[in-house]
Design a protein around this ligand. Structure first.
Ligand code: F3S
Length: 752
C-alpha cells in the first residue's frame, strides 16, 4: 500500500480522545477545523484557546508533499540538516517540468531527457531520505495526493500553494515554502498563525451547467483574492451531500486564490465512498469509527455565527456557471453577463483555445462530464471552432478514462491529450499560434489566470471556468456563449442546443492502472548517492545566508517600486525559468522581471542608481551587490500573491535585497521572506507609498529594538535633498526575529 497505514492506525487511535480533551480544555464545542488543528498541536500540553488571526501556534503535521519545481530547493535545504531520513511520511511529484507541446506521447520522453539531471537528483534524494517518489507522467501532485494520501482529520503541508486541495477529503492541508517543509521533515514544530474561521453554508443543490468550480468562482467574487487571508474556510450545510469528494477538492483548491490558509469539508458518505473506490477501505473504516469528531459539533451547526468569525451563505440552486477573469481569478462573471461585459471591457470575444486540466479540475468525474459535452458536438455534427487541450490529473485517471472511451470523446473533436502534468497551467505550454501580437482569449479549467501565466504572452486574456463550460466555449468559439440558453449550428445549418453535462462520479468498472509511476520509500539507503555536479546549471548546493550585522540599514537604493499586482509569477516567473528552480544563482536572473516599475509603467526596466542607466531588475540588484550595497523593494497590496515558491523570497535575499516594504503581503510569501532572513514590512499609513521616489536612498532604523509589535522608521532621502520619514510595522514574533538575526530560519535551527 502506498499510504503509511501504521501511521494512520496510530493517528486514529488517539484522534477522538485528543479532540475530546481539546473541548474539555477550551470549554466549548468545536468547529471541524478547530478539531483537526487541536489534534495536531506539537506539544499537547500547550492546548488553550489561541487568539485567531493573532497568535502563532506550533503544529505537528502528519505528512509532507512536494512538487518537483519546489522540492529541489526544499530538499537542498533538508540535505543541510544532517538527518538520515525524514521524520514524517513524505512524497515528491514530478509534474511541473513537463512541456506541453505536441502531446503526451512525444512530450513525456522529451521531458525525461531534458530534465534527466533534476529527476535523477529527486529520485536519489527521495531514496536516500525515505521519501515516496512519483516520476514524470505519474500525475499532478494534488490529484495524486487526493487519490493516495489524503485522509479525514489529517494535517499536511505541501510545497505548493494548492495543497489545500486535500481539504476535499477532510484534511487541514496547507501550502508552504520549502523551509517550512524542512521544519516538518526534520521533526521540528511547524509554526502557523492560528487561522480565523470563515464558515461557508452551502444550501440547495447544483443543477444544469453549474458545478463545484462555479461555487468557488462565485465565492471569489464575494471575498476577492485577499478575503481569505489567515483564515480557514470551513464548509457545512445540506448542500454538501450533492457534491462529490473531487468536487469538494476543486472548491478547496481554489481557496488558495482567496489567500486562505486552507479550506476544509467534513467527512461524509461521499468521502467514505471515495476512500473505498480509491482502494483505501481500511481508512474508510477508521474514519467511520471517528466520524463524530470528523465534523463540527452539533452545537456549532445549531448556531454557526457564534463560532465562526464570518459566515458566507451560498444557495447552490442559484449558482450560475462563471467565467472569471481576465488576469485575476476574482473577476467573477456569471456566463449570462458576458454578452454585455465582454464588449464593454473590450475583451477579445473569440475563444481560440480551451484547456481542461490542472490540479483543480482533472479528476475522473471532471473528464467524464466534460467529455459528455464533447460527445454531443461530435454526435450532433457541430463544427468545433477552438482548439481543445486536455491534461489528465494522474496516470490512474488517464488510464481509466482511456479504457472508458472518455479520451476518445475528446479526440473525436480534435483534442490534444497532453501529459498527466501541470503543463499549460504552469507556463509549460509551447503554444502554436500564427500571431503572438494579437489580443486573444483562452478559457481554462485552471485556478490562475495572471497575465502571461499559461503561454507567456501578455496579449492572451485567460478566463477560468469549469471543465464542462471550457469545452462548451471551445466548441462555440465564443466567450459569451451561454450553453444553457444559446444554440449552435450543425454542419447542415440547423440550430442545435447542447444538453447539460452528465458523467459518472466514479468509473462504473472501477479505477484501473498498469503503472502508477510510483517508487516506494527505500528501507536501505546506505549506498544511495545524491549527485550534484559542481558544473551543473540546473542544481546548485546552497550556501547559508549571512547573519545580520547588528546595524541599521542605511542609504539603500530603491531597487524597484512596483505598481499594481505583484504576484510570485511577477517576482519569480515560471515557464522557461522552471528549469533553474534548483539553482539559486541562475534563477535569480529573473528577479521581479514581471513587476511593473511605478515610475515608467514598464516591466524589468529600472534605474541603476550607480550609473543612472535603465537595466533589468536583476542587473541593478547585482550591481548593488557587487559593491556590497543592500537594496529595498517597495510594493502595493497583497505582495507575493499566488504560489508558495520560496525562490520569490530567496532570489532577492541572494541579490542583497534586505527589505520588502509593501502595503500588505500574501500569507505564504510573507512567511517565506521571514524564513529566508528578509524584512517583510508594511506601511502604517498606506499613503506613504506615494512618498517613495525613483532616486531615493532609503534608511531603516530601529532594528536594535526590533521586537514583536515594535515599529521601525523609514527615512527617504530624495534627490533634491529633502527627506520624508514615516513608521512601518511588521508581524514578526520572537522566533521570527531570531531567524532574521541569524540570517535565516535554517541558520537559526543549525545554531540551536
Ligand atoms: Fe500544477 Fe497548476 Fe496545480 S501548476 S500544481 S496544476 S496550479
Amino acid at each position: 500500500m502506498i499510504l503509511d497505514i501504521e501511521m494512520l492506525r496510530s493517528f486514529y487511535a488517539s484522534y477522538s480522545d485528543s479532540v475530546k480533551q481539546a473541548k474539555a480544555t477550551v470549554k466549548r464545542p468545536l468547529t471541524y477545523a478547530e478539531k483537526v488543528l487541536f489534534a495536531h498541536l506539537y506539544d499537547p500540553t500547550q492546548l488553550r484557546p489561541y487568539k485567531r488571526g493573532i497568535e502563532y501556534v506550533d503544529f505537528r503535521p502528519n505528512r509532507v508533499a512536494m512538487q518537483d519545481a519546489t522540492a529541489q530547493m526544499a530538499l537542498l535545504q533538508f540535505m543541510n540538516a544532517g538527518k538520515d531520513k525524514v521524520a514524517v511520511p513524505a512524497s515528491v511529484h514530478c509534474d511541473h517540468l513537463i512541456r506541453a507541446d505536441v502531446g503526451a506521447t512525444a512530450d513525456l520522453p522529451e521531458a525525461c531527457k531534458t530534465n534527466k539531471e533534476v529527476y535523477d537528483f529527486l529520485k536519489s534524494v527521495s531514496q536516500k531520505y525515505h521519501i515516496g517518489f512519483w516520476g514524470p507522467g505519474a500525475g499532478i501532485i494534488h490529484q495524486v495526493v487526493l487519490e493516495n494520501y489524503a485522509f479525514p482529520g489529517g494535517m499536511m503541508v505541501g510545497t505548493d500553494s494548492h495543497t489545500p486541495n486535500a481539504g476535499g477529503l477532510g484534511m487541514v492541508a496547507v501550502g508552504v515554502g520549502g523551509a517550512d517543509a524542512v521544519d516538518v521533515l526534520t521533526g521540528q514544530p511547524w509554526e502557523l498563525k492560528m487561522p480565523r474561521l470563515i464558515g461557508v453554508h452551502l444550501k440547495g443543490k447544483l443543477s444544469g451547467w453549474a458545478t463545484p468550480k462555479d461555487v468557488i468562482l462565485e465565492i471569489l467574487g464575494i471575498l476577492t483574492v485577499k478575503g481569505g487571508t489567515n483564515a480557514i474556510l470551513e464548509y457545512f450545510g445540506e448542500g454538501l451531500d450533492s457534491i462529490s469528494t473531487t468536487g469538494k477538492a476543486t472548491i478547496c483548491n481554489m481557496g488558495a486564490e482567496l489567500g486562505a490558509t486552507c479550506s476544509i469539508f467534513p467527512f461524509d458518505e461521499n468521502a467514505d465512498e471515495y476512500l473505498r473506490k480509491t482502494g483505501r477501505e481500511e481508512i474508510a473504516v477508521l474514519a467511520q469509527q471517528n466520524a463524530a469528531e470528523l465534523r463540527a459539533d452539533d452545537e456549532v451547526m445549531a448556531n454557526p455565527s457564534a463560532f465562526y468569525d464570518q459566515i458566507v451563505e451560498i444557495d447552490l440552486s442559484k449558482v450560475e456557471p462563471h467565467l472569471n477573469g481576465p488576469f485575476t481569478p476574482d473577476a467573477a462573471t456569471p456566463i449570462s453577463h458576458m454578452k454585455a461585459k465582454g464588449p464593454a471591457n473590450d475583451y477579445p470575444m473569440v475563444v481560440e483555445v480551451g484547456l481542461v486540466g490542472s490540479c483543480t479540475n482533472s479528476s475522473y468525474q471532471d473528464l467524464a462530464r466534460a467529455a459528455s459535452v464533447a460527445r454531443q458536438a461530435y454526435e450532433k455534427g457541430i463544427e468545433v471552432k477552438g482548439q481543445l487541450i486536455i491534461n489528465p490529473g494522474s496516470e490512474q485517471i488517464r488510464y481509466t478514462a482511456e479504457r472508458d472511451g472518455i479520451l476518445d470523446d475528446f479526440k473525436k473533436i480534435g483534442a490534444l491529450i497532453m501529459t498527466n502534468a501541470c503543463g499549460p497551467c504552469i507556463g509549460q505550454w509551447k503554444r502554436h499560434t500564427d500571431d503572438n501580437t494579437r489580443k486573444n482569449a483562452i478559457v481554462t479549467s485552471f485556478n490562475r489566470n495572471f497575465r502571461r501565466r499559461a503561454d507567456g504572452n501578455p496579449n492572451t486574456y485567460a478566463f477560468i471556468g469549469s471543465p464542462e463550460l471550457t469545452v462548451a466555449l471551445t466548441i462555440a468559439g465564443r466567450l459569451d456563449f451561454n450553453p444553457a440558453t444559446d444554440t449552435l449550428l450543425d454542419k447542415e445549418g440547423n440550430s442545435v442546443k447542447l444538453d447539460a453535462p452528465t458523467g459518472y462520479t466514479f468509473p462504473p468498472k472501477g479505477f484501473a492502472v498498469e503503472d502508477k509511476g510510483f517508487i516506494a520509500p527505500s528501507e536501505d539507503n546506505a549506498n544511495v548517492e545524491v549527485v550534484i555536479s559542481p558544473d551543473s546549471n540546473r542544481l546548485q548546493k546552497l550556501a547559508p545566508f549571512a547573519a545580520w550585522d547588528g546595524k541599521d540599514l542605511t542609504d539603500m537604493p530603491l531597487l524597484i517600486k512596483t505598481e499594481g499586482k505583484c504576484t510570485t509569477d511577477h517576482i519569480s516567473m515560471a515557464g522557461p525559468w522552471l528549469k533553474f528552480r534548483g539553482h539559486l544563482q541562475n534563477i535569480s536572473d529573473n528577479l521581479l522581471m514581471g513587476a511593473v516599475n511605478a515610475f515608467n509603467g514598464e516591466s524589468n526596466k529600472v534605474k541603476n542608481q550607480l550609473d543612472g542607466k535603465y537595466v533589468e531588475v536583476s542587473t541593478a540588484a547585482k550591481a548593488y551587490k557587487a559593491q556590497g550595497i543592500s537594496s529595498i523593494v517597495v510594493a502595493e497590496d497583497n505582495y507575493g500573491e499566488g504560489s508558495s515558491r520560496e525562490h520569490a523570497a530567496m532570489e532577492p535575499r541572494f541579490l542583497n535585497v534586505k527589505v520588502i516594504l509593501a502595503k500588505s503581503f500574501a500569507r505564504i510569501h510573507e512567511t517565506n521572506l521571514k524564513k529566508q532572513g528578509m524584512l517583510a514590512l508594511t506601511f502604517c499609513n498606506k499613503d506613504d507609498y506615494n512618498k517613495v521616489q525613483e532616486d531615493d536612498r532609503i534608511s531603516l532604523t530601529g532594528l536594535k529594538e526590533f521586537a514583536p509589535g515594535s515599529k521601525l522608521t523609514v527615512t527617504l532621502k530624495h534627490q533634491d535633498g529633502s527627506e520624508d520619514s514615516f513608521q512601518v510595522e511588521h508581524t514578526y514574533n520572537d522566533t521570527q526575529i531570531a531567524w532574521f538575526k541569524a540570517g535565516s530560519a535554517l541558520n537559526f535551527a543549525a545554531k540551536k
